[in-house]
Every structure is written in structure tokens, then in C-alpha cells.
Design a protein around this ligand. Structure first.
Ligand code: C2E
Ligand code: MG
Ligand code: MG
Ligand code: MG
Length: 289
């Protein structure tokens, strides 16, 4: 590749490409080290029942707590993690850690109130790279084996790209996961190419409407039509529909009127660390302290 490139491109471009390679290799090394040192942790964003305003569950979102740099968001490391396959390990760490944190937060709340509250679901992002073998199924099965885990409270968020490359294996993985009682959500719905064929072929039970459509609800007739169509699709196929990126009360109102059940976004809460998540639950929910 380098040879071909050298013949065709001018030196500055080749230089830029080399810089990219160096950068990728650097991040890869740091990612490995970060995994060894346990530097990855989930943040938690509440998913709200739009009718009651109560927290129904949380989406876990990876953060890299790097000693020399502080808290790093996914946009800065997910790409390289995917290219190198390290995302599989990160996803496994986030899954196990998020489950443990949510379970212990709920235990703390039950201890304080003297009774258990409505169990919350946990949504986890699963990268396409996990759909090449059965390792994910083994990880989930192991987690479910730990005491008190109700599989119906675990939701795995996948994107179409996870299904495109090797649909046969993806189908087997999803079918196995469903047989364990876990549910599957299609993330960023509406931004891919052929969502309907995936809904038809794969055992999917929830749709997450991408925030680009949700954000534009008030200003764009087209976005409103798209969201309304997705909600209708969900209703007629008995799929749960969740809106992401709700930033305004007026957007939540419109979604509720359209019959949408669940939503998440900065209007309710940004993703927060484990301690704040537990505080949120102890305080009785979103406006609590
Ligand atoms: P996603 O799964 O679609 O997650 C939603 C993203 O939107 C999150 O960004 C969240 O913080 C952000 N968000 C939530 N509400 C709002 C809002 O009201 N306005 C705006 N502008 N943004 C909002 P985050 O945490 O930076 O994650 C970005 C993406 O990185 C995720 O998109 C997901 O694709 C990926 N990701 C995050 N954690 C993991 C992980 O553990 N594993 C894998 N494979 N991917 C992950
Ligand atoms: Mg997601
Ligand atoms: Mg999403
Ligand atoms: Mg998204």
C-alpha cells in the first residue's frame, strides 16, 4: 500500500497518511494498556418513560479514564478500538461493569426504602466486531449466570453495520441471545440503508430513533413524518420504540403525542458516572437530589 501510495501521491499526503498510521498505532498501544489497567468504565444515561416521567432504565456509554488526560469520550477511541478488534474487550468490560453498578445501586435504593423498586433495564452498545463468532454469547451467558440477573432487563443495542458483513453469523448470535431472554435494539434507526429488511430477517424487538430526526422535530415536517412512520412501524410490529437526543420539553411533548413510550436526552440528563447514577436513584428519580 505504501509503495502504491508513494508513486501516486505527493509527499505531504504520504506524510499525512504516515501520521495517521502512527496515531492509530499509538492509540492502539494506549488502548491495550488502558484495558490492562482497568481504565474503561460505563457512564449512565437515564431512559425515561415519557408518560410518567420515571426512569425506566439506563444506557451505558463507555468512557476512558486515562490518568494523564482525564475522561475521554467514545468519539476519540471507538474508531481505533473497532479497527483493532479491541472494542470486543471494551464492550465486555462495559457490560459486566455496568450490570454490577446498576445492580448495586438498586440494592442500595431498596435498602434505604426497605422495599425493592421497579427493576430497571440496562441498555448496552455492542459493536459490529462482536458478530463474527460466539464470544459475545458466552460473555452474556456468563453474566446471566451470576445471581439475580433477569435477562429480560438486558437490552443490547446494535447497528445495521453489525449485521451487514456476516449476516449468517449475526443471525446465529442474535438468535442465541434471544433464546437467553435478552432483548435486541436497533440503534441509530433511520440512518442506515435497508432497515426494513433487517427488521424482517433478524430477531429485533426495539428501535432507537436516531437523534438527528428527534432534534429536528420542531423545525422539520419531514423529520416529523419520519418519526411518526417509525412509531407506527413499531406499533404494528410490536416493537418498543425509544427516542434518543431529546433536548427540549417541547420535543418530549411532541413525541408523547405521537405515542412514543421511551426517550432519553440532555433534557432529562446527560450520561453520568456510577456514583451520580446511584444518587439519582436514591433521590427518587430525575428532579431528585
Ligand atoms: P449512541 O449509542 O447512539 O449513544 C448516544 C450518544 O448520544 C451518546 O454519546 C450520548 O451521550 C449522546 N446523547 C445523549 N443524549 C443527547 C442529547 O440530548 N443531545 C446530544 N447532542 N447528544 C446526546 P457518547 O456517549 O459520546 O457515545 C457516542 C457513541 O459511541 C454511541 O452512540 C455509541 O455508538 C458509541 N459507544 C458508546 N459507548 C460504547 C460502548 O461501550 N461500546 C460500543 N461498541 N460503542 C459505544
Ligand atoms: Mg446506543
Ligand atoms: Mg443511538
Ligand atoms: Mg446515535
Amino acid at each position: 500500500l505504501q509503495a502504491v501510495h508513494d508513486r501516486r501521491a505527493s509527499p505531504p499526503v504520504a506524510g499525512a497518511m504516515r501520521d495517521d498510521v502512527v496515531r492509530t498505532l499509538t492509540i492502539e498501544g494506549e488502548l491495550r494498556q488502558g484495558l490492562d489497567n482497568d481504565e474503561f468504565e460505563p457512564f449512565f444515561q437515564p431512559i425515561v418513560d415519557l408518560d410518567t416521567g420515571e426512569i425506566a432504565g439506563f444506557e451505558a456509554l463507555a468512557r476512558w479514564r486515562k490518568p494523564d488526560r482525564g475522561l475521554i469520550p467514545p468519539i476519540e477511541f471507538i474508531g481505533v478500538a473497532e479497527q483493532t478488534g479491541l472494542i470486543r474487550e471494551i464492550d465486555a468490560v462495559v457490560l459486566a461493569s455496568a450490570w454490577k453498578s446498576l445492580a448495586s445501586a438498586q440494592e442500595a435504593v431498596a435498602g434505604k426504602k426497605g422495599r425493592s423498586t421497579k427493576p430497571l433495564f440496562l441498555s448496552i452498545n455492542i459493536a459490529a466486531e462482536n458478530f463474527v463468532d460466539m464470544q459475545l454469547v458466552a460473555n452474556v451467558r456468563k453474566l446471566l449466570g451470576t445471581a439475580g440477573f433477569d435477562p429480560s432487563l438486558l437490552k443490547l443495542e446494535i447497528t445495521e453495520s453489525g449485521l451487514i458483513n456476516s449476516p449468517e453469523i449475526a443471525y446465529r448470535v442474535l438468535t442465541e441471545l434471544r433464546s437467553l431472554g435478552v432483548s435486541i435494539a436497533l440503534d441509530d434507526f433511520g440512518t442506515g440503508y435497508s432497515s426494513l429488511s433487517y427488521l424482517h430477517r433478524f430477531p429485533i424487538d426495539s428501535l432507537k430513533i436516531d437523534r438527528t430526526f428527534v432534534n429536528a422535530l420542531a423545525s422539520s415536517d419531514r423529520s416529523r413524518a419520519i418519526v411518526r412512520t417509525i412509531v407506527g412501524l413499531g406499533q404494528s410490529m410490536s416493537l418498543k420504540v425509544i427516542a434518543e437526543g431529546i433536548e427540549e420539553e417541547s420535543t418530549a411533548d411532541m413525541l408523547r403525542e405521537m405515542g412514543l413510550q421511551y426517550g432519553q436526552g440532555y433534557h432529562y440528563s446527560m450520561p453520568v458516572g456510577r456514583a451520580s447514577m446511584q444518587q439519582m436513584l436514591l433521590g427518587g428519580g430525575l428532579g431528585g437530589s
